[in-house]
Ligand binder design. Structure first.
Ligand code: NAD
Ligand code: NAD
Lengths: 204, 204
C-alpha cells in the first residue's frame, strides 16, 4: 500500500504532468514546480514502474499514463452524497471530481422541502431510495455532509446498504465495522498550516 | 519549521487529547487510536518540549497545552472570505474553526443580489470594503471561494490590501509575490485515497 502522504504528492505530480508541454521532465524540475526536493520526488516515483533516464529524466506521457492507472482515472467510481446543504451543493457542482474518474450519481436528504429540488443535474432523493441506487449503480463510496448529530445514524444506513468507503465531513468520529474505510475530512488542517507558517515568518 | 505531514498528525493528537479523560497516555495508545505506529508518534513528539516518562507515558494536560500553543489556539487569527456561494456558506457556518483560534470576520462577494444578505451572523459586504476590514481587524489570511476564472483577480486584490496568506479552493494555480503563502485545498485527495484503498482490498 502506498502511504497517504506519498499518494497526495503523486497526485500533485499527476496534476503537474497534465499541465506541461515537454516530452521529458527531471525530478529536479518536478520538485521545483511542486515545492519539494528532488530526492523526495525520486523516492515517491520508486512506487511506480516508470524509470527516469540519467541526464534525460522521466518520459512525461509514460509517467502520466501510469499515474492515471494508479488513481484509476479511467475506471469511474460511482459515489453517493447524503446532505443536500451548502457543502453538498458545493461538492456536487465541483468539476474537479470528473478528472479523477469520480462520479456523484445521487444526492439524498431527509428534509421534505429539499426532496425533488435540483443540484446541478441531480434531483435530491429521499433517504429510503439509498438501497435501490447503491444496487443499481454498484456504489462503493458515500459522502456524509450532514450535521454532526446525524452523522453516525447516516453512516449506519450507508453501511447497512453495502457501502464500503465513507468520506466524512461531519466533525465527529464514526463507529463502523472493520471492513469499512472512513476518511475524515478536516479542512481546518490547511488553515492551521497557514497560521503556523505565518507565525514562523514573523519570528524571523 | 515542522513539515506539513507532521503538523497534520500533531493536530490529530491534539484532537484525541481533547477527548480522553486519563492523566497520562502512552505513544502506543495514541498510535492505536489514531491509526499510526508508536515510533511515528514518538518521532512527531520530538518536535515538542514535553517528554514521555518510561512506563508512564506523556502527561495529557502538559502535552495538550503545548500543542495548543503550537497551533496558536489561544491567539485568534482573523480571516476574511471571498465568495458567498455554497462553499463560502458551508465554511462560515462551520463551528470547527473556532476551536483552533480561527475567526472569519467578514465575507465579500461581487454579486449585488448577495450583498447585504446574512450568512450566520455576518452580512455579505461589497468587494470595495476589503481594504477597510483588513486594516481594522489586522487580517492576515484570505479564503478564496470563487469560480476558477475569478480566482487570480481576487488573489491580486487580497495581496494589494496586505493579505499574506491565501487558502485557495478554486482549482487553479495562483501567481502571487514570494512573501505570500498559498495553500491550495484539493478535496479530491481524500476521495482518491479512499478509491485507492478500496481497489487494493479487492485485489487481495
Ligand atoms: N470538515 C470540515 O472542514 C467542514 C467544513 C464545513 C462544513 N463541515 C460540516 O459539513 C456538514 C454539512 O455542512 P453544511 O454547511 O452543508 O450544513 P447544512 O445545514 O447546510 O446542510 C446539512 C444538510 O443535511 C441534511 N440532514 C440533516 N440530518 C439528516 C439526516 N439524518 N439524514 C439526511 N439528511 C440530513 C439537512 O436537511 C441539510 O440539507 C456539517 O456537519 C458541517 O459541520 C465540515
Ligand atoms: N477544492 C475543492 O476540493 C473544491 C470543492 C468544491 C468547490 N470548489 C471550488 O470552490 C469554488 C466555489 O464553489 P461554490 O460551489 O461555492 O460556487 P458558487 O458559484 O456557489 O459561489 C461562487 C461565489 O463567488 C462569487 N464571485 C464570482 N466571481 C467573483 C469575484 N470576481 N469577486 C467576488 N466574488 C465573486 C459569486 O457571486 C458566488 O457567490 C469554485 O471555484 C469551486 O470549483 C473546490
Amino acid at each position: 500500500v502506498i502511504p497517504k502522504p506519498t499518494l497526495d504528492r503523486l497526485k500533485l505530480y499527476h496534476r503537474l504532468l497534465n499541465e506541461v508541454e515537454q516530452k521529458h521532465i527531471s525530478s529536479e524540475e518536478i520538485a521545483q514546480r511542486i515545492g519539494t526536493n528532488a530526492e523526495q520526488v525520486r523516492k515517491d516515483l520508486t512506487f511506480l514502474k516508470t524509470m527516469g533516464k540519467p541526464k534525460v529524466g522521466y518520459d512525461v506521457e509514460t509517467l502520466r499514463q501510469e499515474l492515471e492507472e494508479l488513481f484509476g482515472v479511467k475506471k469511474t467510481t460511482k459515489v453517493i452524497l447524503v446532505g443536500a446543504g451548502h457543502l453538498g451543493n458545493a461538492l456536487v457542482n465541483y468539476p474537479g471530481f470528473e478528472n479523477y474518474g469520480i462520479e456523484i450519481v445521487a444526492v439524498f436528504d431527509k428534509d421534505p422541502k429539499k426532496i425533488g429540488s435540483f443540484i446541478g443535474e441531480l434531483s435530491v432523493l429521499p433517504m429510503q431510495d439509498i438501497g435501490r441506487v447503491v444496487k443499481r449503480f454498484h456504489v462503493e463510496i458515500g459522502i456524509i455532509c450532514v450535521p454532526k448529530e446525524s452523522a453516525q445514524e447516516v453512516a449506519e444506513i450507508l453501511v447497512s446498504k453495502g457501502i464500503k468507503g465513507i468520506w466524512n465531513f461531519a466533525p465527529t468520529r464514526l463507529i463502523v465495522p472493520n471492513d469499512v474505510f472512513v476518511v475524515d475530512e478536516d479542512m481546518t488542517q490547511s488553515l492551521l498550516t497557514l497560521k503556523h507558517y505565518l507565525e514562523i515568518k514573523k519570528k524571523k
